[in-house]
Design a protein around this ligand. Structure first.
Ligand code: PEP
Length: 257
């Protein structure tokens, strides 16, 4: 895998968020099938975010030289303690994760995660030596109100607030309009490019020219049919894929788009 965040050319990241799908048995079988058929491409990193309970099985299924990186979909910000039901970033690292999704829209809107929570989670992820993949994106209501840019910039600044410049530039970002997630609606490549450029401009205010090294992924109803045009859009450095990452055929075709 390319060293994360060090490439001025911004190698692509194609990431699968399995959400609460694929238990250990299915995860192992999926990864065995995928690893047997995916020949890693030099211009991209492929990441898999299984449910935490399936992480070990997914890693085992991928074999001795996994052609992908692994992450978890969430962590709590404390390293350990009386937080029943939660897992920490050091535990995720110990279990084989290198990446952590932070601020996914389902965490924000189903579980009430706040901007402040995302800041603490990104900081905990960095402290553990893992890489956060911070998700930002507006709801349909916010879009209709014309506040998309304000919302994504607020979420960006908040999520990165406790990171130093190096940590902020080695993080990965995903623009995921909430109205596109799991809905079958996709932002046009032009729309995605425009908001990605806004996000990069916001990053420039935080980290200066190093903003150009940060990978910004698009997510929201990506499929094998629209992956190529989204990836071709300026400023779109990769994809974060939910539903279409659950089937090996469809995921292979997105990974090679
Ligand atoms: C996601 O879960 O991050 C996502 C983008 O889901 P979907 O591809 O199913 O819209």
């Amino acid at each position: 895998m390319t060293a994360i965040g060090t490439s001025a050319l911004r190698s692509r990241v194609i990431a699968a968020n399995w959400k609460m799908n694929h238990g250990p048995t299915a995860a192992r079988a999926f990864m065995a099938s995928f690893a047997a058929r995916y020949a890693p491409l030099p211009d991209r990193d492929v990441l898999i975010f299984p449910p935490a309970l399936s992480l070990a099985a997914a890693i085992a299924g991928a074999g001795e030289r996994p052609p992908v990186g692994f992450g978890v979909q969430n962590v709590y910000w404390a390293d350990k303690g009386a937080f029943t039901g939660e897992s920490s970033a050091p535990m995720a690292k110990d279990a084989g994760a290198d990446f952590v999704l932070v601020g996914h829209s389902e965490r924000r809107h189903v579980f009430g995660e706040t901007d402040g929570d995302t800041a603490k989670k990104c900081a905990a992820v960095e402290r553990a030596g893992l890489t956060p993949l911070l998700c930002v994106g507006e709801t349909l209501e916010e879009r209709d109100r014309g506040t998309t840019e304000e919302v994504v910039l607020r979420q960006l600044r908040a999520g990165l607030a406790e990171l130093d410049q190096r940590e902020a530039t080695t993080s990965i970002l995903a623009y995921e309009p909430v109205w596109c997630i799991g809905t079958g609606r996709t932002a046009t490549p032009e729309d995605a490019s425009r908001i990605h450029a806004v996000i990069r401009e916001g990053l420039r205010d935080l980290v200066g020219d190093r903003a150009r090294d940060v990978r910004i992924l698009y997510g929201g109803s990506v499929t094998p049919d629209n992956a190529t045009s989204l990836l071709a859009a300026p400023e779109v450095d990769g994809l974060l894929v939910g539903g279409a990452s659950l089937d090996v055929e469809s995921w292979l075709s997105i990974c090679t788009a």
